[in-house]
Design a protein around this ligand. Structure first.
Ligand SMILES: *Cc1c(COP(=O)(O)O)cnc(C)c1O
Length: 356
């Protein structure tokens, strides 16, 4: 028997969330972002739920090839572009669209021998300062790309640093508009946060990721409560033991939790080797037997321990939801000082996962 720990991927929720993204950006096409193995959900597992998208955005060439093998014939965008001249063989063979953010990439493209021109998304650094041409150099890069035989359609692209926060997108939008002034072509700017909250950034293509999986771009669940987004991943397990502690008795490594009176503790088959954060502090929410309770004691490699005071009927075999429809991943993440993105991406390969 396998451990009673598993993750399920809700295909209908994926399709719903894609429809929500469309409702927020009705005039734009959608790059459904499936990098990092579809944010930990599994590329093959999410594909059926997202096939109504206009294109897929990802990072790794092997993921792009896998999408083609799954039968996707539409656009695929390499969000970081390519890294070596030999990558262009696959870009050509699998008809991939690529971000182009540097002279090094442009040079590789100019020198490549291709069967047909490659569509590119010319990336501007409008303030994030990771990838892209500065606004001052953007026009020259566009002219050089346009002159290159290996380059097909050119879409103008940038990425926001604060679309989910107080700073917003105004400053980067202004930089982008200035750098792209007079240049024709489609535009692609918006991530999930901008898709939801900054319609002025939608233009021709939006690039939502996290909202497709039903989590919040800001890490705050309340921010997406009224959007119609549904959680896609349910991470659940069972109690494999129950302990009754007397006042003063402790639980787990380091004895960081001591009972203030008699209490029952549930031992859950899930630990940091499954991707549950070891840094989850006492009080991190968890749902046992449908009731909200909390983690007590330190998360260990294969187990974690929970307070059973609010769920007296819980016993060995009782279902435990670590996150899912009964407990937003964002709520767990914020208790742990991180965001839903990190938790879903960090799920360990040993966790059995299936679509339903
Ligand atoms: C990851 C990524 C996205 C999607 O970001 P979300 O916040 O998950 O919507 C969009 N564009 C680029 C370039 C990315 O790397």
């Amino acid at each position: 028997m396998p451990r009673p720990l598993s993750a399920t991927i809700n295909t209908a929720a994926l399709a719903n969330n894609l429809a929500v993204a469309r409702r927020f950006a009705p005039s734009a096409k959608i790059w459904a972002v499936v990098k990092a193995n579809a944010y930990g959900h599994g590329l093959a597992r999410v594909f059926p739920g997202l096939r109504a998208t206009d294109g897929f955005g990802l990072l790794d060439l092997d993921e792009a090839v896998k999408l083609r093998e799954l039968g996707w014939a539409g656009p695929i965008l390499l969000l970081e572009g390519f890294f070596r001249p030999t990558d262009l063989d696959l870009v050509d063979r699998y008809s991939l669209t690529t971000a182009l953010h540097s002279d090094e990439q442009l040079r590789m493209l100019e020198l490549a021998r291709l069967s047909k021109p490659v569509n590119i998304q010319l990336k501007m650094n409008s303030g994030m300062n990771r990838l892209g041409y500065t606004p001052e150099r953007f026009q020259a890069a566009w002219e050089r790309a346009r002159a290159a035989q290996g380059v097909g359609q050119i879409t103008l692209m940038t990425h926001f640093s604060d679309a989910d926060g107080e700073r917003g997108i105004q400053a980067q939008m202004a930089v982008f508009e200035r750098g792209a002034q007079g240049i024709s072509g489609a535009r692609s700017l918006a991530n999930s946060a901008a898709t939801l909250w900054h319609p002025a950034s939608h233009f021709d293509w939006v690039r939502p990721g996290i909202i497709l999986y039903g989590a919040s771009p800001s890490g705050v669940h309340a921010a997406i409560q009224d959007t119609g987004l549904q959680p896609v991943m349910t991470f659940s397990s069972e109690l494999i033991a129950v302990q009754t502690l007397a006042e003063g008795q402790t639980v787990g490594y380091g004895s960081i939790f001591a009972a203030r009176g008699p209490m029952r503790i549930g031992v859950v088959a899930c630990g940091y080797a499954d991707g549950y954060p070891r840094l989850a502090p006492e009080g991190t929410p968890v749902v046992v037997d449908g009731v909200l309770t909390r983690i007590v004691g330190r998360v260990s490699m294969d187990m974690l321990t929970v307070d059973l005071t609010p769920c007296p009927a819980a016993n060995v075999g009782t279902r435990v939801e670590l996150w899912g429809p009964a407990l937003p991943i964002d709520t767990v993440a914020s208790a742990c000082g991180t965001v839903g993105y990190e938790l879903m991406c960090a799920l360990a390969p040993r966790v059995p996962m299936r679509a339903q």
